[in-house]
Design a protein around this ligand. Structure first.
Ligand code: NAD
Length: 488
């Protein structure tokens, strides 16, 4: 049996992983550390030939991986999880360079590994739907073939593993396509996976923006599991139509949190504030619209400002335990600044924040101070749009339950939503009327490997995680044995 030292890898040079071989490309590129603006180590720029090579290797690997017993597949996933832990600090330090303070990067690695281990426990059993003298009929779930995970920049480690784990457990061969903003940790994870899984089962390709479209168009890929923005998700779905690939789309969110008038502010405000500003607003299920009952609105807002003032922002070089990162890249930073300018033009005032730290001379990098907008109108951009940055609208809830449910559902998005109250019956009554894929009571963003995750409306289709997520990596197949009688 291999010891964990056998799984130590070097973190200096970065390669595509094709058929368990480390492959360089003629051209390379470098992502940027958003806190120092320094380039990260260079990564490959895949060509179409690299895509073809990875897909052929995956296709060749698929039949025997499909026929490998699930207990063996799960055992290899567990070995992989242990191997990641054997390189924990190297992974966390590299993830920090991709845009998080070390504390947050360590949290992501730890969370992702636990999630992977939880995934390895899932089992899709055959379902017997009739078993009598005439016939035995079962439903089976069989893997699709070659699958691709297209991953965004905000949680490159967790979200990538969150696709790879279920895909591989279900018996698919998996190709990981990281975001061009955060390719480094993905390539190292798959380099490590190549020491554990058979050739072609787990591969990684890094590249420029043409790589995703090459993958969505490829005739031998059976599924794309995409996490990213809603506009890109629509392009992915359109591209997959020509080959009828299966698609799972985990897209943008504009999550509502509804705060009832009976909450204990000391307990609830810090949790809600964390739910708003986690990863500087760059989480699909961050709270992006906060509806607070008019009776407690003023106290809630004042307390939230106090809590947010204590939040420590920092980057890869932070040594003081900061948990909140800069905006991850220049493109997103410009979007956040543009949204804030339009908020100002709409005459809306922040009760805290609104400054770009770099411009204030405090820090290099894409830092934007956590910003709270006091009671903006329902049709303002900050209420209607997902900022994907640290700007949060707090809206006064005036009226009864019908009104807050109407406001919360007044969006094209439907990823997550939460209700906060001491009265759990009331909270569930309100929650059950909300149009979102994940509902939480007295918590938000609470994710688990055995709980399906997916969006309503333009927040996506299909699910990651849980048995439903695993089924998304499978064909549904019926198997009937006739025991007596004629046909039909
Ligand atoms: P994005 O849509 O710009 O990019 C996501 C990925 O798609 C990247 O790897 C990118 O290279 C690739 N891509 C871009 N164009 C493509 C194309 N035409 N075909 C195939 N692939 C293509 O998203 P982003 O800016 O990296 O991430 C932020 C967005 O992701 C936010 O809207 C956020 O809410 C959403 N998100 C959703 C979830 C979820 O689970 N629902 C989780 C995290 C982030």
């Amino acid at each position: 049996m291999a010891s964990t030292t056998d799984y130590k890898i070097d973190f200096t040079n970065f390669y595509n992983i094709i058929n368990n071989e480390l492959k360089s490309t003629p051209t390379t590129r470098a992502a940027i550390n958003p806190s120092t603006l320094a380039p990260l180590p260079a990564v490959p720029v895949s060509t179409k030939a690299d895509v073809d090579a990875a897909v052929s290797a995956a296709k060749a690997a698929f039949p025997s991986w499909r026929d490998t017993p699930i207990e063996k597949r799960a055992a290899l996933l567990n070995t992989f999880a242990d191997a990641i832990m054997a390189n924990f600090m190297d992974f966390a330090s590299l993830l920090a360079l991709e845009g998080k303070p070390p504390t947050a990067a360590q949290f992501e690695v730890d969370f992702a590994v636990k999630h992977l281990k939880g995934t390895a426990q899932l089992r899709l059993e055959d379902e017997v739907i009739e078993d009598n003298e005439e016939k035995l009929t079962k439903i089976r779930y069989t893997p699709l073939g070659v699958g691709v995970g297209i991953v965004p920049f905000n949680y490159p480690f967790f979200l990538g593993l969150g696709k790879m784990g279920p895909a591989v457990l279900a018996g698919n061969a998996f190709i990981w396509k990281p975001s061009p903003y955060t390719p480094n940790t993905a390539l190292k994870l798959v380099e490590l996976a190549a020491k554990i899984f058979p050739p072609g089962v787990v591969q990684a390709l890094s590249g420029e923006e043409d790589l995703g479209p090459w993958l969505t168009a490829h005739p031998d890929i059976r599924k794309i599991s995409f996490t990213g923005s809603t506009p890109t998700g629509k392009k992915v779905m359109a591209a997959c139509a020509s080959t009828l690939k299966r698609v799972t789309l985990e897209l943008g969110g504009n999550d509502a949190a509804i705060v009832c008038d009976d909450v204990n502010l000391d307990e609830v405000v810090p949790k809600v504030a964390l739910g708003c500003f986690n990863n500087a607003g760059q989480v699909c299920v961050d709270i992006k619209r906060l509806f607070v009952h008019e009776k407690i609105y003023d106290q809630f807002l004042a307390k939230m400002v106090e809590v947010v003032k204590t939040f420590k922002f920092g980057g890869s070089e932070d040594t003081e335990g900061a948990f909140f990162p800069p905006v991850q890249n220049a493109m997103q930073f410009e979007k956040v600044k543009e949204l804030f300018t339009s908020i100002e033009k709409e005459g809306l005032k922040p009760v805290i924040g609104g400054e770009v730290e770099a411009e204030a001379g405090a820090k290099k990098g894409y830092y934007f101070k956590p910003t709270i907008i006091d009671n903006p109108p329902e049709n303002s951009r900050i209420v209607q749009e997902e900022p994907f940055g640290p700007i949060v609208p707090v809206v006064k809830w005036v009226g009864g339950e019908d009104e807050v449910v109407r406001m919360a559902n007044n969006t094209d998005m439907g990823l997550g939503a939460s209700v906060w109250s001491k009265d759990l019956e009331k909270a569930e009554r309100i929650a059950r009327r909300l149009e979102a894929g994940s509902l939480w009571i007295n918590t938000h963003q609470d994710l688990a490997p055995n709980v399906p995750f997916g969006g309503f409306k333009q927040s996506g289709m299909g699910h990651d995680w849980g048995l439903i997520g695993l089924k998304g990596w499978c064909n549904t197949q019926s198997l009937m044995t006739r025991r007596s009688g004629g046909m039909f």
